[in-house]
Design a protein around this ligand. Structure first.
Ligand code: CMC
Length: 440
């Protein structure tokens, strides 16, 4: 692993790319990664030609160098630090994966014990934060509450705000991974008017989360171990995904030196959108709207109509042009959960399976390489577990916090880190004189 990482260092330029523009020829170094497309470094382009590149939506742009997550979208491969996602989902647990993302290697027995204990000791939140929650309307979307609550942590933890101090960066990482499930469960409890349930240090990470969601002070609640394991797997699958919109947002916010709690809040805001993490909630809304298998052909016709603006939610991905490997794991996890709960006849599942069957054979989806993504099945699992749809994207945020903070830390640890400052192609007005309001 260490040797591979060395090989990926951008110091080794193997080839050159040549650009001829306005009668001038300029060359750029080409860098090879360990896997995936090579890049050519255009950072000197403006100085040498007076031109910028233009790449709306970052279709061909690598925004950073990273050693954390690798995706091969055509082959349907996702790896964290070199480990295939299906293997991690099967054999690891969320905290071990968080350690891996943060530190680069899997922990040994002692390191795992210490990391698990450290996270456990940070799960409680400052009691004063309860008042912040009480300021929100009960009907607030929990992502709105989460964005506020994550940012507010900066007001409580002054001792880990110095982003130039390695130990403080690490402490913030522990705090964020540990406190996000507590904040998430509180957002749910607040929405239903139930008392907040404090974290329990003798429970595992996912078990503790389910307990904070569903226990009440009135009677004993036992977390179903099959559901706790399924939740842990879902967290692993969502933990990181390379330079997606929310992760890039976290890096962009952090590049200015903003504190990590504020950066996580920025990531939550970006994740909320239906084209990103909000898709899992949108999938359930879509399945509900379809209502019955017999309405699927009519719905598919709408999806294919360019003027309808209707998309098959949970399908398609900017990077995967193959079955999303996370969706594969989720499909089998869904079967385990439904078998445990005896909900095999879940009507929304029938609609989902039929939609998937049609989409995988219909020319519209096949020719555009639109396959189920991670959000297609996660919502149905959450629903079966009794988690309301407004909480789906919150759960995505709980898991992705591990990736966001690992990516933020990688950026902050890099001495070459610079404030991210893209440029633009200006297409606005030419200079014009100001006309006083009464003369316009
Ligand atoms: N349903 C119908 N058509 C689609 C869909 C879809 N879900 N996704 C893409 N297309 C069509 C699109 O209309 C376009 O067709 P044409 O070439 O005829 O104009 C073509 O496929 C390419 O689409 P695009 O919008 O240019 O692709 P993109 O890479 O910009 O978008 C995406 C990727 C994920 C935003 C998009 O596939 C989408 O909106 N999917 C539904 C929302 C969703 O499930 N999002 C979760 C993504 S995975 C989790 C995460 O990242 O958070």
């Amino acid at each position: 692993m260490a040797a591979q990482e060395k090989k990926a260092s951008s110091a080794a330029s193997t080839r050159q790319a040549t650009l001829a523009v306005d009668g001038k020829t300029v060359t750029f170094p080409v860098y090879d990664g360990v896997e995936g497309p090579s890049v050519f470094d255009i950072s000197k382009l403006y100085a040498e030609t007076g031109l910028f590149t233009f790449d709306s939506g970052f279709m061909s742009t690598a925004s950073c160098e990273s050693k954390i997550t690798f995706i091969d979208g055509d082959a349907g491969i996702l790896r964290y630090r070199g480990y295939d996602i299906d293997m991690l989902a099967e054999k690891s647990d969320f905290l071990e994966v968080s350690y891996l993302l943060l530190n680069g290697d899997l922990p040994n027995v002692a390191q795992k014990k210490e990391f698990d204990r450290t996270i456990t000791l940070h799960t409680m939140i400052h009691e004063q934060l309860h008042f912040l929650y009480r300021g929100f309307p009960r009907a607030s979307h929990p992502m709105a509450v989460m964005a506020g609550a994550a940012a507010s942590l900066a007001a409580f933890y002054h001792d880990s705000l110095d982003v130039n101090d390695v130990a403080q960066r690490e402490l913030s990482a522990f705090r964020l991974i540990a406190k996000m499930p507590t904040l998430a469960a509180m957002a749910y409890k607040y929405s239903v008017g139930q008392p907040f349930i404090y974290p329990q240090n003798d429970m595992g990470f996912a078990e503790n989360f389910l307990n904070m969601m569903f226990a009440t002070p009135c009677e004993k609640y036992t977390v179903n171990p099959v559901l706790a394991r399924a939740m842990d797997k879902i967290l692993i699958l969502h933990a990181d995904h390379e330079q997606n919109a929310s992760t890039s947002t976290v890096r962009m916010a952090g590049s200015s030196g903003a504190n990590p709690f504020a950066c996580m809040s920025a990531g939550i805001a970006s994740l909320w959108g239906p084209a990103h993490g909000g898709a899992n909630e949108a999938v359930i809304n879509m399945l509900r709207e379809i209502g019955d298998v017999k309405h699927i052909p009519e719905f598919i016709t709408k999806v294919k109509d360019k003027n309808s603006n209707v998309r098959l939610m949970g399908f398609g991905h900017r990077v995967y042009k193959n079955y999303d490997p996370r969706a594969k794991v989720l499909r089998s996890t869904l079967e385990e959960v439904l078998a445990e709960l005896g909900k095999i006849d879940e009507p929304l599942l029938k609609i989902a399976i039929e939609l998937e069957r049609i989409a995988l054979s219909d020319e519209y989806f096949v020719s555009r390489k639109l396959y189920p993504n991670v959000d297609f099945y996660s919502g149905i699992i959450y629903r079966a577990m009794g988690i309301p749809s407004k909480m789906f994207t919150v759960l995505f945020a709980v898991a992705r916090t591990a990736g966001w903070i690992a990516q933020w830390k990688e950026m902050m640890d890099d001495p070459k880190n610079k404030i991210a400052r893209p440029r633009q192609l200006f297409t606005g007005s030419q200079p014009r004189p100001f006309v006083p309001v009464e003369k316009r």
